[in-house]
Design a binder for this molecule. Structure first.
Ligand code: FMN
Length: 238
């Protein structure tokens, strides 16, 4: 199984999103998967121009020559595409959304009804990878991910083939970078490793592991008071 990660954090390999992705990939590799990460911040990927040339003049090919050519090739070769993003204004980052919009050449322009949804089917001969979604955010409650979850549910419904997209959400994600906390939250990184292993071995993440992955890392009140103290000290330092 080939797993391709699209890391949409502007912090790239230094970010909290990466701290979720790495143990998951370790677990996946231990079960035999091949893994690769594309850091979107390091790629040159223009915005979709909305010209529809990829559906008309040059079917299946965008008019822009940039790193999206390489990214689409890798997506084509992957069995699983892991969309990994910090939560920005209740959604994915703009740079990751730009990548998603540039996948338009993979779709056929015709509108078809599949079950109770209208959709564009995949261009003939193209096989879509399975989707996975990882996100972390600064606020301590899971409710912040509702919009992102709904977005990916719509994508899954429209694709017909994906079924439900497994999603791992980490509230209070800024805690993942705090080294002094690490021994106390090792259970979380272990659960990510377990999730990667399960995903490769069973094609999904068990309910038991998902439950662990969505537990609070620390008491919310403690998190909020520490976060506010951090901002106060930064502001005072200025
Ligand atoms: C522009 C911007 C928008 C953000 N929007 C949200 C948000 O809507 N909800 C939230 O809980 N955190 C929000 N955050 C906080 C990030 O999700 C958080 O810092 C996260 O841990 C960053 O992950 P990364 O290190 O992988 O980039 C935002 C941060 C920035 C810079």
């Amino acid at each position: 199984m080939k797993i391709l990660v699209l890391n949409g954090s502007p912090r790239g390999a230094a970010g909290n999103t990466e701290r979720m992705v790495q143990p998951f990939l370790e677990g996946a590799r231990s079960a035999g998967a091949e893994t690769e990460i594309l850091y979107v911040k390091d790629l040159k990927i223009g915005f979709c121009k909305g010209c529809f040339a990829c559906w008309t003049a040059t079917p299946g090919r965008c008019v822009q020559r940039d790193d999206m050519d390489m990214a689409l090739e890798k997506m084509d070769a992957a069995d699983t595409l892991l969309w990994a993003t910090p939560l920005y204004h209740f959604g994915m980052t703009a740079m990751l959304k730009a990548v998603m919009e540039r996948t338009l050449p993979l779709a056929d322009p015709h509108i078809v009804k599949s079950g109770d949804v209208y959709t564009h089917p995949g261009r003939s001969g193209r096989r879509f990878p399975q989707y996975l979604l990882f996100s972390n955010c600064g606020f301590p409650d899971q409710g912040h991910f509702d919009g992102l979850r709904a977005h990916f549910q719509s994508l899954a419904k429209a694709s017909g083939e994906h079924g439900a997209i497994p999603a791992v959400f980490r509230a209070a994600g800024e805690l993942l970078r705090q080294e002094e906390l690490r021994p106390h939250i090792q259970w979380y990184f272990d659960a990510l490793r377990q999730a990667g292993k399960e995903y490769v071995e069973h094609g999904g993440i068990s309910g038991e592991t998902m439950e662990v992955l969505h537990r609070d890392l620390v008491l919310r009140e403690m998190y909020i008071s520490r976060a506010n103290a951090h901002w106060d000290s930064v502001l005072k330092g200025k």
